[in-house]
Design a protein around this ligand. Sequence first.
Ligand code: IVH
Length: 698
Amino acid sequence: MYEASKQKAFFEQSKQFLSTPATKDQIEDLRDNLRFHEWKYYVENSPVLSDYEYDMLYKSLEKLEETYPALITEDSPTQRVAKDLTSEFNKVKHLTPMLSLGNSYNKEDLVDFEKSIVKLTGEETMTFAVEPKFDGGSIALVYENDQLVRGATRGDGTQGEEMTANAKSIKSIPLKAAFSKYGIHRVELRGEAVIRKDVFDRVNQERAKNQQVLFANPRNAATGGLRMKDANETAKRGIDVFIFQLSFAEDANGNDILHQFEKHSTCIAMLKDLGFKVPKSEFGVYSTIDEVSQHCIKWENQREKYPYEIDGMVIKVDDFKLQELAGYTQHHPRWAIAYKFKAKQATSILEKVEYQVGKTGSITPVAKITPVALAGVTVSSISLHNEEFIQSKDIRLGDTVLVERAGDVIPYIVKSLDELRSGKEIPIDFPKQCPSCNYDLIKPEDEAKWRCPNNYCEAQIIQKMIFHVSKDAMNIDGFGKSYVERFYDLAWLRDISDIYNLDYQAIAELEGFGEKSATKLQEAVLKAKQNPIHRLLNSLSIYHLGRKASKVLAERIEHVLDLADWTEENYTDIHDVGPILAREVSHFFQQEENIALIKKMEEYGVNMKQTEEDRPVEVAEDAPFKGKTILFTGSLQQMTRKEAQQKATLAGAKNISAVSSKLDFLVVGEKAGSKLKKAEALGTVSILTEEDFLAMIE
Ligand code: IVH
């Protein structure tokens, strides 16, 4: 849409507009400039102005238009903001019907699809366009004389609901597009309104803050957003529109000229050139079903990393002539098919609930369901979190439950389908005693979970040990849950100190072990004995004490047992420590058995003294990067990325992860890519080579 040289000119021009107010004649230039920045931000996803600068430009246009109202145009960026509330959505007829798609689920289905096209068209060879099936709400846009004149939702496919004001508020939809350059007078585009997953999370966080009901998923938020009575509300949802089809094109004489464009892929390229948001690397054109299928599988595997929700891919015969020959059913085109990804939702039966005891005694109810396939894995166990979760969803034993798994996210129960109840379902009775040791459970008022208060609870002790050896805690390589359970059953482990006093000769003789693995384990345990004390503090499973607070404490003590002399005030005096954590840690160090445990560990050789790694990083007043932010990009030749970051920290810098106006220094290694480009475009970032960086910290 904009060549690189043109982009630079626009960027330079914005700086001018920002410093000198535009004259009357420059209003249209200013609009074009704002359109460019909207495109960079909403379509290309790579802004070159800060939000503030953009706002300033926008405000200067608003001001000029206020002074010269006669010069306001329909396609001015200021006209995205609706002035009146539209109270109803008029019915409008789509220029061509908005059809649905047939479905396919595997390669065989795709092979059949190709066969049917060969049969329908008589053509043996053809190419296919493959693109994401966006999971949002469909939308149809009409442009006339290069201006957006109508936006509509799908409705029943023949008639939709007009929502032009809402469409105008969506910034990835250009208000003006140079279709005339391609000889087009009137055109209809089809697309999908979607919300980026991270934007969706932000919208929901905002709603939670305002105590509004949360949206279940980005699709609901997007489709709902299209139908807001106040277009300014639509604008707040952060909706993006991807265009996936050019469905109608007419020249100034009313002749249908769609077929002049010959191919779907040509149309997508044209729409991209005109500034629309279209699929890019996600879009492929292939001549064999093998390649088509590979493209689909690749995107199914990486769907979670894609910033938008997609529920499949769409395969379209690329050539318009062949499309015409293949034709349509009442319901869908015969020249296109959806390749559906494996379901992320399924139903199953809740068979029973088990109660797990955590390392600090908290009780987690776990639903055992009839195993069900969900997005490629079999699910049989799902956390129910706490009693309140069960009650608020009124989940009962024997219920049919709706289960969802969104990618890497752990599966969860969306709801019980109470319409399917037979009446035999049994309400869940949350236990009052610990399932492991039978102690009466307690529930502090401000907490969601019931807890077992017994320090000698067997389940708790085992969980404490499993955590103790884990990566997050003492990181004892190779020592996992199964070893802990096995050694516990053999009575070799009774508390975490025993981990450091194992008989490796006996271990070597265990079935499945042998000298070699016993020695390996011994070495890993030996290594862990030298860990810094912040790791040790975290590994003790003290209620509320996590990794970060452990570091804060480790910075302030010479020996772990110094904490035995601390009062609650000593803790709360620390900026990052609150009263609950203070109470729990000080309580832990008041108990004799805990002191004895630590002494025993120390006897076994576990380090209890502050190490170099525990000590706070001292940044000198004149440290070269004091108070500055830094980012490393590309492949570094003289140090690893991690070493570079550590050096930067020691030199007073804060490592950040993205290029923005907040970034002070970008250090570029070999083959630096988009980050470097973005930093150059910003013009406010100091760009350093690896050598420059090293010289500065010398
Ligand atoms: S093509 C005549 N392409 O899926 C062509 N549809 O089940 C019909 N959708 O309502 C649609 N992404 O809103 C097409 N890349 C894509 C799509 C897509 C999402 C939606 C569309 C339609 C539904 C069809």
